[in-house]
Design a protein around this ligand. Structure first.
Ligand SMILES: *Cc1c(COP(=O)(O)O)cnc(C)c1O
Length: 396
């Protein structure tokens, strides 16, 4: 048996509580229909659909646009492979657009490639909104989807993201915020596209009692695996190569599309009023770490003080060393989307196509700031960042 000397601060919040499990059971027993009307406040005037995952939402948003087969979809290569899989599932092709230092669409490259596009996906990476005003000026009538998988509760000029373009998706999947087990939202702001999509989504197969209960059980176990003790066991038991090769695998499109689990609707409904204070907590954690360390490290800051902070993002030439150092010290740092180039290549990305991306993808390190952190976690992260900066001065 491995002696776990210290625990690992989890990289993201994967919580799925007994209470969530209980809500699932009672909801099934009483055949409750999850209510989603509370979401209308966030997206006034939109049609809002719960979907089984954000990737399903992206496919259906593309279908809503009635594009020709093989349509060209602008997308940044620094994203989740599931987005590329969703583009392919909608019978479309990605056109890769380079990123800027905020990890969102690069204005000049977008301008260059825009004439060839049939639709565009704008990603608010790590909850930091893309430059929406600039993109709107360029995109004109082009149909646009906002990928808000990291950006629930993020705002741009005071308005919740997801309200700015034709459609938007959110993810509640593994480690995303809010943490309700799985699923996501598809928000359609262009009403005339919405009816058909609603009809098709409504006809997907729903999960029965057994599948719902199995889901809640599995989510509960997954949450245990991603506790401090669980994550440190993984760290000691599995080696880095194994973990890296696992994260290299493409995250595909589901072979059977389904309705979202009802349990996700219950958990959202119950947590909804607490989400505000949870995102404030994440933001304060992020601010504390950024203010304490942005003299030594290049760190991305959310310009909107009311936005969500999905993770603290640091760019460093010594990313890999800092990563190993922090993991060894029990800080669940992450090399987020580290395999994005090899994912993109499987969807037609050519070497050299997006030079900023190729440079930055090797430098991104995420540091936890989720609402599950306690004061001593923050002090610990603080201390280890200081230690690394002191021993490696000038070379960060
Ligand atoms: C996780 C993620 C998705 C996909 O979300 P699912 O709900 O797992 O389909 C899409 N875009 C980005 C940027 C993501 O990180």
């Amino acid at each position: 048996m491995v002696a776990v000397r210290q625990t690992m601060i989890p990289r993201f919040n994967y919580s799925y509580s007994l209470r969530d499990t209980w809500d699932c059971i009672t909801g099934q027993l009483f055949n409750k229909k999850p209510n989603a009307s509370y979401l209308n406040d966030l997206f006034p005037g939109a049609d809002i659909y719960f979907v089984d995952s954000a990737r399903v939402g992206i496919k259906y948003a593309l279908l809503a646009f009635d594009l020709k087969p093989g349509a060209q979809i602008g997308i940044q290569p620094y994203t989740c492979s599931s987005v590329l899989a969703a583009i392919a599932a909608a019978n479309c092709k990605p056109v890769f657009i380079d990123i800027n230092e905020q990890l969102s669409l690069d204005y000049d490259d977008l301008q260059r490639k825009l004439p060839g596009l049939d639709a565009l996906i704008v990603t608010h990476t790590f909850g930091i909104p893309a430059h929406i005003t600039q993109i709107k000026q360029l995109s004109g009538q082009l149909p646009v989807i906002e990928d808000c998988a990291h950006a629930f509760h993020s705002r741009y000029e005071g308005v919740h993201v997801g309200n700015f373009f034709d459609a938007a998706v959110f993810s509640f999947g593994n480690g995303k915020f809010p943490s309700v087990g799985s699923g996501g939202l598809l928000v359609i702001n262009r009403k005339k596209s919405s009816e058909r999509v609603g009809a098709v989504l409504g006809k997907l197969k729903s999960s029965g009692l057994i599948r719902e209960l199995t889901f809640a059980g599995r989510r509960f176990i997954n949450a245990l695996i991603h506790t401090r003790v669980g994550e440190s066991m993984l760290y000691y038991l599995l080696n880095e190569n194994f973990l890296s090769s696992k994260s290299q695998q493409l995250s595909g499109y589901p072979t059977h599309e389904r309705q979202p689990y009802r349990s996700v609707g219950y958990a959202m409904q119950r947590q909804f009023t607490e989400l505000k204070s949870m995102s404030i907590k994440q933001r304060e954690n992020a601010r504390y770490l950024i203010d304490g360390h942005n003299r030594h490290y290049k760190m991305l800051a959310n310009v909107d003080d009311t936005g969500n902070s999905f993770a603290v993002v640091l760019l460093s030439q010594r990313r890999n060393e800092l990563y190993s150092f922090l993991r060894k010290k029990g800080v669940g740092a992450g090399k987020h989307f580290q395999h994005a180039k090899s994912w993109a290549m499987q969807f037609g990305y050519q070497q050299g196509e997006c030079p900023n991306f190729e440079q930055i993808v090797g430098e991104v390190l995420t540091i936890p700031c989720h609402y599950g952190l306690i004061q001593s976690d923050l002090r610990k992260i603080d201390q280890h960042l200081t230690d690394f900066a002191q021993t490696n001065k000038s070379m960060l």
